[in-house]
Ligand binder design. Sequence first.
Ligand code: FVH
Length: 303
Amino acid sequence: MESNPSPTDPRGSDTATPTPLALLGLGAMGGALARGWLAAGHPLTVWNRTPSRAEPLTAAGATVAATAAEAVAAADLVVVCLLDPASVRTTLAGVDPAGKDLVDLTTGTPAEARVGAAWAAERGARFLAGGVLAIPPMIGVPGAGASVLYSGSRELFEAHRDTLAVPAATGYVGTDPGFAALHDVALLSAMTSMFAGISHAFALIRGEDIAPGAFAALLTDWLVAMAPAAHRAAAQLESGDYRSGVASTLAMQVAGAPTLLRTAAEQGVSTELLLPYLALMERRLADGHGDESTTGLIDLLTA
Ligand code: FVH
């Protein structure tokens, strides 16, 4: 585990020494990355399965390769940003990556990233996996908050960190090539549950004389105020003591849950997003942990 995986600030568009690189994949994300490196003056060779997607980049200075193999041959640093691990396998089949520094930003599972790393190692390439924490419009925009968490070859990361930091801030989370994906998916999973909560909250107020915009401001402030719960959970996981510093016990939260359900019923809103979490809380309470925080639910999920 790295001591400080928090992404560094983006280096900006003009501080990295121009480094030739190749990019496979010019979808929404790949295209945004390409524009970031080109704007910063990095010589860029691009390849995309559908060649027409590369055309707009030629005006910005990109060299278009006819094949993935040709693109890989064009630079020591090769970035891959394709739809999924299967498309990466298809694209790299028959490509010789020997001696290359391969950076795969394609979203996948930790195990899939480890398979990619093994594939690269068997062929004499260094490998770094990256989990992109951004949507395309954030890429290359200072202050927009785009970041990429990397894991795998630390030597590769150190050698190219300035170039990698051009389109998005960088963080390094360990030598295990699966860790970038694990961090990425863990964060995306938390985001998914947050989106579920936002959906339920808006469903409750829908049809009432409440302005969604005004409610959104309250909701945002509330979610930000509650976010430090992650640090409290971390401290309890590290200490193993789920009772320390508990402000809202599990018993209290289970007691309050029927109000959430009755309100949903009054408003004609489905409880399908709430019920799985409430059921987990009830199970933990039934196991005799009413005086703890909800950190113990993690024990149930991993049992
Ligand atoms: N866009 C986003 O909001 C998210 C943000 C977080 C990270 N994700 C991941 O980034 C990867 C690329 O996503 P994308 O947004 O660029 O995706 P698309 O615009 O759909 O472009 C897909 C590219 O992959 C190529 N491709 C698809 N299948 C194949 C294949 N069998 N062989 C070769 N290339 C393939 C596709 O080519 P084409 O359709 O233009 O010919 C695009 O270049 C992804 O892992 C996200 O989860 C983005």
